[in-house]
Design a protein around this ligand. Sequence first.
Ligand SMILES: *Cc1c(COP(=O)(O)O)cnc(C)c1O
Length: 475
Amino acid sequence: MKYISTRGGAAPQSFCDILLGGLAPDGGLYLPESYPQVSGTELAEWRELPYPALALRILQKYIDDIPACDLKTLVDRTYTERTYRWCRPGRDASDITPLTTLAPGLHLLELSNGPTLAFKDMAMQLLGNLFEYVLEQRGEAINILGATSGDTGSAAEYAMRGKQGVRVFMLSPEGKMSAFQRAQMYSLQDENIINIAIRGMFDDCQDIVKAVSNDADFKSRYKISAVNSINWARVLAQVVYYFKGYFAATRSNEEQVSFCVPSGNFGNICAGHVARMMGLPIARLVLATNENDVLNEFFRTGIYRPRGAADTYVTSSPSMDISKASNFERFVFDLVGRDPAVVREFWASVDAGGSFDLNGSPYMAQLPVFRFISGKSTHVDRLATIREVWQTYQVMIDTHTADAVKVARENTVPCDQMVVLETAQPVKFAETIQEALGCEPSRPQELEGIEALPQRVVVMDADARAVMDLIAASC
Ligand SMILES: *Cc1c(COP(=O)(O)O)cnc(C)c1O
């Protein structure tokens, strides 16, 4: 299996070659040159498989440059009951992604039972093991530099802690994260994890990452890398739970399932699109946004109009606060019949701060073929949904999942099975839960009191030079 760029200007690469990189050299995103198909026989066999075995079957269709036995070891090490142990009471942690049925035809797929209580662990944990393996094979080492306002940074740290050949420098704005988020990250004692609290805002952290990455000499000398959301391996790892969710919500492969996905960078739902392209019987992919509704606008009007950072709302489902959706280009590549010239034309406009419009093009008529539906949820909707789900089903959901439940309910059709992807645990957004329910969400017992653990963090001014000196001194 070779990987090609959505902009058509890169030589086809193997999986391990694209694993450690980000964008393709032509600025595009990597995708497999074709989607491997799943036969009816395979689907029937896969229905019975435990999560790691299912993951291995799917990954093997995309990865042909890691020997099967090694890949099996990596996958078995990733998807363990121990890593994903923080499931709801009464659920089976060995399912890895247990399904909770709220009402006939309405289910939650729990994806946030990993170490940082958000779905990003599902893919990031695999990435950590793949990175370590490939770096060891090549006798290389990398330094991952990132900026976080909470979720992604902690998922990356828990995935990379203790990994040979990987060091993580994670910038976060001093005093801007919750005490729980700070404790999650700063209490890690692993030597390869270096937390840097910047006296400034998240944007200052991001500017430092950009400044360091723009220094080509420094970047290559210190092998600076990233674990961003456009990494193909992250999308691939997420394909697996669509299959798992499908099997959990159905009895036979004659049935169809719809998925509702709380979306920001379009990474999670892109994996659903890939699963459907492989032949999984998905009826509809329902995309839910918060107040930042660039994607909802696209699926309703055919116009993709990313906002500037200044026009991005800060909301109570913060992991969906995006101005442009970094994985969206992958879907558009398929939508336009995989014509890289069209993608180049669209993104010439997007990258210059503009937009594109499918109206009047033949692609507008193609859009319904992919069976996406979308909707939007606001703070008021979020609070109401959290409250209603709690009162009706005694199930507490987080703010992102609430956005999806709201949009899912607006879009149910009779006899449909709707699986809502649950992307975080409520304890991560305790303030909004308190606002909705008047009580504190409970947290896994093992995480009680983590705020009191000793913390390892370096506090620095927002100065790229100083961060570079620290990286140099640590290597
Ligand atoms: C990252 C994240 C999302 C959005 O996922 P995308 O892949 O960026 O669309 C939704 N919910 C939570 C809790 C997240 O952390």
